[in-house]
Design a protein around this ligand. Structure first.
Ligand SMILES: *[C@@H]1O[C@H](CO)[C@@H](O)[C@H](O)[C@H]1NC(C)=O
Ligand SMILES: *[C@@H]1O[C@H](CO)[C@@H](O)[C@H](O)[C@H]1NC(C)=O
Ligand SMILES: *[C@@H]1O[C@H](CO)[C@@H](O)[C@H](O)[C@H]1NC(C)=O
Ligand SMILES: *[C@@H]1O[C@H](CO)[C@@H](O)[C@H](O)[C@H]1NC(C)=O
Length: 740
């Protein structure tokens, strides 16, 4: 009992002391570097909030209103050291979603909303940190231009955070927490959809390197480094000379790279463990070391629809995060905060085994190994906090232990740190036993809140996350490389489809053997399917596809055009700026008379146009044309054979002479002698396929025309028109064959 009283006394003293000395000191060291001293009475602990992809829109006022009503009061409860707003602040889309351009009204609303959030949260303005996403650069020709509203209305700009790499360090009783903001949005902002990737420059990566090493000492200090940006690594292009962002991040043992951009739609597990085999860097005392390095990348869902916020906690070097979806909360009930504000539980130790690092790295000091710890954010003081530890054996969950957690620290009116000692040695996991825990809070009003179940591993065994294929595609694939592979593959496929069979055809036709060979393939009696015959049939299919010279040349011409010439031109920058050309190498545009002529902008962003066009329009169309040619041929053989059989029968009936000699039906092929009419169902299926391809093509072209201007895109010869022309030629030729 006396112990309990003593403990409460201690807590009281801590709270009292903190109450008088909690203020943080903020200073700007040099341009782009800020330092904040925090003193909330808890060594080495800091928590920040991340919000991403707000997409404030003139056509969806609820995004701003929900932010205004929910975020301010919630931030007042959480009282974070930093609020990171990682890009896509405004939506910058027209009502029909086709055209993407900056909307000053949206920016004014953004600023107004954030001002209200800052006011309601009671946090200092410097604690808010916003940066550009791709939407914030749609059609912005350069930073500082009249369309660059970020430079006018963002918090970062009013805080003079103008450089694209900025850092802010929080010092807390011997611990340093370094946050580096990284704005890799396009320097010449193209309009969407060709503005999808982060484009770091060599200069930016060098600066990032510099910012990340600002507290490096020998021996290493207690520094935790976090980098935040908008674009995931999978959607980040290489710099001019091929340097990649992930190497810079890995080299500095970054705790985590936190980003946005992908929203929630691809799945809930948008995280990626980067394990780079050999990264070269200067280690303490040693000049250059090669080491295997790792870091985590955590993508946050969006505010736009999912209304997600993330609390990231660093507890003496242990980084963890917990997401909260606010979509169920009443938007208009801002007045009765006690009623709707949830209790947020952010367990800080042990770490989630699905998102922790394998190796211990600086800071090596891990005192909290002996405690289960959790941050609790609640308006009502917690009355009892319990950690429940579970064992999972063969898929079954058993409760092993309940630990009564005690208050370690309280700061402000609503932030609590609870902890409980535990015997971590009891939780050594094995192949078929895993451990997990959850924290349950009962507050003085009797409300019960539970954290979600979190797996942990005291031996630092990272649990393998089962990702869905969409999660894998967006987080694990480097899309820049995938684009190169897909592009080359498409070109090789086209080559194999066209050029090779045409050569063979030339050779075979030259010898007059093609018709004989094709007829033999389909002659009645040779229907047995052997491997050889299947192979021959496939070869025949492609060769037959090349027999129509006009169409073949049309197809080759389209391909050559797409590889060598511009596809279309369009309004790729803001209104009033010059038009640009898109070719397979990227966009070519000159911003103004004094700027250079850029000729490969938006690489690899153009993949959103190139890949669907090649793979969903051209390849299927070319395949359909081949199929049509094959179908026509088979149909003719069919007609000739049936008419021959019919004639034979007629003759036999009339003359009863068995004179009818084995005719050579293929001789009549070209004239297509009419037989009894047969329904060509295959022909109709092919026409259905053509219709489908047309629908896809029309959809794509109208989306692009909506984005870059109807007049200009339709006036371009290389993109919209080849497909309909080719399709019409093919269908007419097939119809004329059919009529005979
Ligand atoms: C930003 O810079 C301007 C001009 O140097 C200065 O007047 C202003 O006080 C600065 N703002 C902040 C928030 O530091
Ligand atoms: C790191 O933090 C621990 C615990 O606060 C402390 O004992 C240690 O001296 C610190 N290391 C440095 C280099 O400051
Ligand atoms: C230098 O590197 C060697 C091996 O690469 C390692 O054993 C040694 O501890 C390193 N020294 C320092 C000071 O890190
Ligand atoms: C021309 O464009 C460049 C960026 O490419 C910009 O820095 C410069 O200020 C622009 N000049 C004028 C007169 O707008």
């Amino acid at each position: 009992m006396t112990q309990l009283v003593l403990r409460f006394l201690c807590v009281f003293i801590v709270v009292f002391l903190c109450g008088s000395s909690c203020d943080s000191t903020h200073s700007v060291l040099q341009e782009g570097r800020e330092v904040v001293g925090v003193n909330h009475g808890l060594d080495g602990v800091i928590w920040v909030v991340q919000i991403s992809d707000i997409h404030i829109s003139s056509y969806h006022p609820n995004r701003a209103s929900s932010l205004e009503n929910l975020a301010g009061p919630l931030l007042a409860v959480i009282n974070p050291s930093l609020v990171l707003i990682t890009g896509d602040l405004t939506d910058a889309k027209s009502k029909d979603h086709l055209s993407r351009r900056q909307d000053r009204g949206e920016w004014l609303q953004y600023r107004q909303t954030i001002n209200k959030v800052i006011e309601d949260s009671g946090l200092p303005e410097y604690a808010f940190y916003d940066l550009r996403g791709n939407h914030d650069m749609f059609g912005v020709p350069f930073v500082g231009s009249r369309l660059d509203y970020f430079s006018k209305y963002s918090i970062s700009s009013s805080r003079n955070r103008t450089s694209s790499i900025q850092s802010i360090t929080f010092k807390n009783s011997g611990w340093k927490h370094l946050f580096v903001g990284l704005d890799t949005s396009m320097k010449v902002g193209l309009r969407g959809p060709c503005n999808l990737f982060g484009h770091p420059t060599e200069e930016q990566l060098r600066k990032l390197d510099e910012e990340l090493s600002q507290w490096d000492t020998c021996p290493p200090d207690n520094v935790t480094k976090l980098v935040f940006g908008h674009f995931p690594v999978s959607f980040t292009a290489s710099a001019e000379h091929g340097s990649r962002l992930e190497y810079t991040l890995a080299k500095h043992s970054v705790g985590a790279y936190i980003c946005g951009h992908l929203h929630k739609s691809f799945g809930p597990n948008l995280i990626h463990h980067h394990l780079l085999p050999k990264v070269e860097f200067h280690d303490c005392g040693n000049s250059t070391v090669n080491r295997k390095v790792e870091f985590w990348e955590w993508e946050l869902g969006d505010w736009r629809k999912a209304r997600t916020i993330r609390v990231i906690a660093i507890d003496q070097g242990h980084i963890s995060f917990t997401d909260f979806s606010l979509s169920g909360l009443p938007v208009d009930a801002a007045h009765q905060r006690e009623k709707w504000l949830p209790t947020l539980i952010v367990p800080t130790y042990p770490l989630d085994s699905y998102s922790m690092e394998q190796s211990a790295k600086p800071p090596y000091f891990m005192p909290s190994h002996d405690y289960v710890r959790s941050l609790i954010f609640s308006i009502q003081p917690p009355e009892s906090v319990i950690a429940r530890l579970y064992e999972t054996t063969l898929g079954k969950l058993h409760l092993l232990e309940e630990l009564e957690m005690v208050l370690k620290m309280k700061t402000g009116n609503s932030v609590y740190m609870y902890e409980s000692p535990w015997q971590s040695a009891k939780y050594i996991d094995s192949a078929n036993t895993q451990y997990s825990y959850k924290v349950s809070v009962v507050d003085v009003a009797g409300k019960v809140t539970e954290s979600s179940l979190r797996s942990f591993s005291v031996q630092r065994k990272v649990s393998k996350l089962k990702k869905t294929w969409t999660e894998f595609l967006v987080m694990d694939l480097l899309w820049e490389r995938a684009f190169v592979v897909l592009l080359r593959l498409a070109l090789i496929l086209f080559f194999i489809l066209f050029i090779c069979p045409k050569f063979i055809l030339h050779f075979l036709l030259g010898n007059g053997r093609y018709e004989q060979w094709s007829y033999n393939l389909f002659r009645v009696g040779s229907q047995r399917l052997t491997v050889r015959r299947v192979f021959q049939l496939i070869a025949w299919f492609f060769i037959q596809g090349c027999t129509r010279t006009l169409i073949w040349w049309e197809q080759v011409f389209i391909l050559l055009w797409l590889v060598l010439c511009p596809w279309f031109w369009g309004q790729v920058l803001g209104d009033g700026y010059p038009l640009g050309f898109m070719s397979i190498r990227g966009w070519m545009v000159q911003v103004n008379d004094s700027s250079p002529l850029y000729n490969d902008l938006g690489w690899p962003d153009i993949l959103v146009i190139v890949i669907p066009y090649l793979y969903f329009v051209l390849l299927p169309l070319y395949f359909l044309i081949f199929t049509l040619s094959a179908e026509d041929f088979i149909n003719k053989i069919d007609q000739v054979e049936s008419s021959a059989v019919w004639q034979k029968k007629e003759k036999a009936f009339r003359t009863t002479s068995s004179e009818a000699k084995s005719s050579l039906p293929y001789k009549g092929l070209d004239k297509g002698e009419g037989g009894p009419f047969r329904c060509r169902w295959a022909w109709w299926i092919i026409m259905g396929g053509c219709l489908l391809v047309s629908v896809i093509h029309i959809g794509q072209v109208s989306a692009i025309a909506g984005a870059y201007g109807y007049m200009t895109v339709f006036a371009s010869p290389g993109f919209a028109w080849p497909v309909p022309i080719l399709m019409i030629t093919t269908v007419f030729q097939s119809l004329s064959c059919r009529k005979h």
